[in-house]
Design a protein around this ligand. Structure first.
Ligand code: GDP
Ligand code: MN
Length: 385
């Protein structure tokens, strides 16, 4: 779950990372009020779930409350194109903060490195708006530290990565506590990305977070009821929203048209690959989970079919502890009251698959013996007309 900069900065502050003074505002009057209270030059930043806001024109400086209000009027309600998110996003809120006097812009982030199977701390002295170009053109300017989960992030490890990044030696002492607090915040909030870019070194030598980008692992949200308020419904896909309300593991895929339902995340992903290989384009990821009772089947199908792009659905069920006949009963029961206008192919394998197939003969569902055959069948049928 992505959260906004102003929310991420609240988290950073709780963990001891210095952040500029500021407040979020949702109308021009509030923008003026915050600017007036701060009583100095302010930076005004559109709160959308994308980086690259500076380049998109969503970050502005105002010298006083009047200018701030004018910028508020201009930016609020405006839709801009954000290259990083590759989409148009509407600005509903602005973060109004005291502007900081930037001497240097540092990039720091903690995220997961799947290949190393470690969290990684990334530091570059070439922070700011062009970090992607640095990564591309001057990869040596980006230092990485793979974090041992048992050791965490001790001072010497921080010193090493700062040294590798050719960090100004005079500033190392001040920066170590910031790195440690960032890592503590990353772990403590179950984040998958905690990024500060720029971490600003001010003209008077202070270290302060100029920006923050945060992604929280949705699978850990159950233990963070305090993050419920961070959910920005206006930025969530409506079908995903409904699926999550129903407790269904569903991810909508832009541009796809073959609905996918399976039991087990790995099986669902493999099914998506097979559909792709057969020339189709998966419309979603949906893991129906174990058991696949009638209610879950009906609910899942309803979700998948509520995507108007879906031209066909592929059910891929592997019976292990889940028995094929149980699933078949679930499907029969669950599809009984649905008005289904697209072909549905089902592949049922494993425990009691034969019994399940026998039961499905009474339905319009089209059986397939293997996952590959099922993928080919649904692609053929869905794109037939
Ligand atoms: P992003 O483009 O979405 O990453 O948004 P940032 O919050 O990082 O802002 C983009 C750029 O605006 C930064 O890299 C800075 O150069 C500049 N900027 C942001 N805040 C301030 C500030 O308080 N003072 C000054 N002078 N520049 C700022
Ligand atoms: Mn930034």
């Amino acid at each position: 779950m992505k959260i906004h900069e102003y929310q991420a900065k609240q988290l950073l502050k709780q963990y001891g990372v210095p952040v500029p003074q500021g407040q979020v505002a949702s109308n021009p009057d509030e923008v003026r009020e915050v600017a007036k209270t701060l009583g100095k030059r302010v930076v005004i930043k559109g709160q959308v779930h994308s980086g690259g806001r500076g380049k998109a024109g969503a970050v502005k400086i105002a010298n006083d409350a009047n200018e701030a209000e004018a910028i508020g009027k201009d930016l609020l309600g405006k839709t801009l194109f954000f290259a990083q998110a590759n989409s148009d996003l509407k600005i509903n809120r602005l973060l109004v903060e005291e502007a900081v006097d930037i001497d240097k812009e540092i990039y720091v982030a903690v995220t997961q490195d799947r290949v190393r199977q470690r969290d990684v701390l990334i530091v570059s002295t070439q922070g700011g708006m062009d970090i992607e170009e640095v990564a591309h053109n001057n990869p040596a300017d980006i230092a990485r530290l793979y974090i041992d989960p048992l050791l965490g992030l001790p001072d010497y490890a921080c010193r090493q990565v700062l040294f590798d990044a050719k960090f100004d030696k005079a500033l190392i002492g001040k920066t170590i506590p910031v790195l440690k607090a960032l890592y503590a915040a990353y772990v403590g909030t179950d984040a998958t990305l905690a990024e500060i870019n720029p971490l600003v070194i001010t003209k008077d030598g202070a270290v302060i977070a100029g920006d923050a980008k945060w992604d929280i692992d949705e699978n850990a949200l159950f233990r963070h009821p305090e993050f419920t308020v961070f959910k920005d419904e206006s930025e969530t896909d409506p079908i995903e929203k409904e699926a999550h309300r129903r407790g269904i593991q569903y991810v909508r895929l832009e541009g796809g048209d073959i609905g996918i339902i399976g039991n087990g995340a790995g099986l669902v992903m493999t099914t998506m690959d097979e559909v792709k290989r057969a020339g189709g384009s998966p419309a979603d990821f949906l893991d129906i989970g174990g058991g696949a009772k009638a209610e879950a089947v009906a609910s899942s199908l309803e979700i998948v079919l509520s995507d108007p792009n879906v031209k066909g659905v592929l059910f891929n069920i592997f019976g292990g502890i889940t028995r094929g006949d149980e699933v078949a009963k679930g499907i029969i029961e669950g599809t009984k009251n649905l008005d289904i206008k697209v072909p549905i192919v089902i592949r049922l394998a494993g425990t009691r698959a034969a019994e399940g197939a026998e039961l499905l003969k009474t339905t319009n569902l089209i059986p397939a013996d293997t996952m590959q055959a099922a993928a080919e069948k649904i692609v053929e049928l869905a794109y037939a007309k």
